[in-house]
Design a protein. Sequence first.
Length: 366
Amino acid sequence: MGNQTSQRHFRITCRTLATFVAVFLLCMGAACQPPADNPGDNGGSNNGGGDNGGGDDGGSDNGGSNNGGNPAAVQQLAAIAVDADGSLIGADVVGDQIVRIDRDTGAATLVSGNGAGTGPELDSPNRVFIDDDGSLLVTTLNRLVFRIDTATGNRALLLDSSDPNDPFPDSFSGIGATGDGTVYVTSSTSDQFIARVDSQGGTLQSINAEGVTNGVDDIVPLGGDTALIIDVFRRAIVEVALPSGDVTIISNVDTQAGPSDTEVGTGPDFGQPPRTLALADDGTIYEGDEANSSFGLGVSVIFAIDPDTGDRTVVSGPDTGDGPAIGRPIDLIVGADGALVLIDANHSDLLVIDPQTGDRSFLGAN
């Protein structure tokens, strides 16, 4: 009994520490930014209140729990993805849950976690990706990888790499799957920066991407066996072939990585470093750029990158578009309607950005 109690205390301590780290990382930039605009009540800590999104979806008849589809209060979104029906799927890293967010109202309903769905406990989810089969791939701060059925909330554990001696000693910064269903994760701080998830063997297989030596911030599959990544050291958007690791620089501004590097693309420099990527249907690459000094101290912008030339254009920022200021980009996606949706650590609500005008508004405000 004493040993069980010690283990229980250890798990509680780890959970508390993981939550503290999540809040610290997501909110660290907010203290260094100007005061945020008042975001109102849409999509914030009371997101999903009222009667929006209720019902019995994911209930016991579907193999989940009766909580699935019920209104959810979101504490801190860390990642978002677009489901097949156009709704947003979000990872609440503090609330230990996956939620569905109505694109029009901002109301959130529970998908998995906190009693919804079966399977191993969902603790501090921080990255999400919708696979081609419609299932949701999720990473957690303690380096677990799940596959979740968004209809029932049921969770299947693909990988447990929580051992501190694992080759990936830090939390994952991205997750994605190539056309053949192979799952890949990235790390922004580890020397092992891209890895293939071997769910049958329960291991990670490192990918040796030539020239990428100091972390990867995000990964966005392009189709087939290629993906876009953010190379932290180069301040570059890079196309990488998987699993071979062959790389092609799409756009970069920092040639410190070696004499073979040349600057690719024109336009304003990326910040220190680029943060999050999104891909439009027409091939345009969007990037959430944090604290870009080219536009003023502590100013963040959204770039559009031409995939053929690497040229960088500001589509939203202090001098482009109206609305709440972009503070600290955390995750960026292209919605079903073509608008950009941004998690910004300076705002409790999601930002919706018109890529044509640069105008910004809070989700559900219109």
